[in-house]
Design a protein around this ligand. Structure first.
Ligand SMILES: *Cc1c(COP(=O)(O)O)cnc(C)c1O
Length: 398
């Protein structure tokens, strides 16, 4: 099918939630590269929005999934599932978590975390603790409750009445947080680095204070690691940058390397909030999705992709800062590991994104003045240099 025919079908039959998409349709991918229907090749610096941690068609993931396809896809959670048990252990072995529940997406994982936090306090006979504090400009998902948790009205204004029991405070403002705390506060939910609002990391001093407040007031700390997890920020999980442990954290995006899977990970004590019948799922944690998760974690560890994310990410950050030091158009380059945002002084992000596309690079734009990159963790220094050169050419051409 030709691209124009696909666009026409999409217009006619697909709900218009994504508007005018970038007019490209990819046919195949290998490593960090994607090839579109016309045969043009692109370096994928968006990685399916932080999903394709191993790039495309990674041999370890592909062979694991082909093997699993020939054996078993799904059985239901009425039976024991080997891959589910193994993947749960693997996640606990590399994190501060003790217990895992698998879902199918980031929103669903966060929904599970929110339910777990409320259930935990109900079981502790403290039903008055039900309120969540999240950050303005955060992003936690698209279900009604996770859209409520998301501190951006553009995501939830159409869906009122929203879930009761959510309050919002500005990023890295400890006084505002202290003011928002009450006897009803059940949990504080944070992204280690805000993704969907343009790559904004938490500050160390802020996180220290948050942890103190949580411990002093019987409040749970939840990290939404849906985007920052699995090595994205140069540590296996984003919370590891701050030297504090969350009571609950959530995963999704990169966990399956492209196969949909999400996870709620909790400390033993908190996980007691869920007892038989309290939560569940049909698809979550099925043999196929968990096999993907196992292959992704094995590959990340064997190929030292967390270390690669840290070193290549630091290199890109440093080079971009050098190049843009005296460029008026660029306000700031920020990020952690391979999660990097470039803040422009003018609303030119979409134009710059399209120039990247013309030059064979996929990047993301957030709002009208931030470009972000979330490339596969297999990125090499040569890949990074190609991106940096293209960025310099684009900036100098404007
Ligand atoms: C992408 C994202 C989500 C939502 O994940 P879905 O799989 O789209 O539901 C939640 N939280 C964060 C931090 C994300 O980046």
């Amino acid at each position: 099918m030709e691209l124009n025919d696909i666009i026409e079908l999409d217009k006619k039959y697909y709900m218009n939630t994504f508007g005018s998409r970038t007019p490209v349709c990819f046919e195949k991918g290998e490593g960090i590269f994607l090839t579109d229907k016309s045969g043009k090749k692109y370096a994928d610096f968006l990685g399916g929005i932080a999903v394709n941690a191993l790039g495309h068609s990674h041999p370890a993931l592909t062979s694991a999934l082909i093997d699993q396809l020939g054996k078993l896809l799904h059985t239901s959670n009425l039976y024991y599932i080997e891959n589910q048990a193994v993947l749960a252990k693997m996640i606990c072995d590399i994190s501060c978590g003790d217990k895992v529940f698998f879902a199918n997406s980031g929103a669903e994982a966060n929904e599970g975390a929110i339910k777990l936090a409320r259930a935990y306090f109900k079981k502790k006979n403290m039903p008055g603790k039900y309120e969540f504090i999240t950050l303005t400009n955060s992003f936690h998902g698209r279900t009604i409750t996770t859209a409520t948790a998301t501190g951006q009205v553009k995501y939830n204004k159409l869906y009122s009445p929203l879930t009761p029991g959510f309050a919002y405070v500005p990023l890295n403002n400890i006084d505002a947080l202290k003011e928002a705390i009450s006897d009803h506060t059940c949990a504080i939910m944070l992204e280690p680095v805000q993704g969907e609002s343009g790559v904004r990391p938490l500050e160390q001093t802020y996180v220290n204070e948050v942890k103190k407040i949580c411990m002093g007031n019987d409040i749970l700390l939840i990290f939404d690691e849906v985007q920052t997890g699995m090595g994205r920020t140069g540590k296996m999980f984003g919370y590891m940058h701050f030297g504090v442990e969350p009571d609950i954290f959530t995963l999704a995006k990169a966990l399956g390397g492209g196969i949909p899977i999400g996870a709620v990970v909790a400390k033993d004590e908190v996980a007691k909030g869920f007892e038989p019948g309290d939560h569940g799922t049909t698809f979550g944690g099925n043999p196929f999705a968990c096999r993907a998760g196992i292959a992704v974690i094995e590959t990340i560890l064997a190929d030292k992709l967390v270390e690669n994310s840290a070193s290549i990410g630091a290199y890109i950050l440093e080079r971009l800062r050098q190049i843009t030091e005296n460029i008026f158009l660029v306000n700031e380059v920020r990020g952690l590991g391979l999660m990097i945002g470039i803040q422009f002084t003018l609303p030119e992000a979409v134009k710059i994104k399209n120039l990247f596309l013309d030059n064979g690079f996929l990047v993301g734009s957030v709002g009208d003045s931030v470009i972000r990159i979330l490339p596969p963790l297999i990125l090499t220094k040569a890949d990074a240099d190609a991106f940096i050169d293209t960025f310099r050419n684009i900036i100098y051409s404007l």
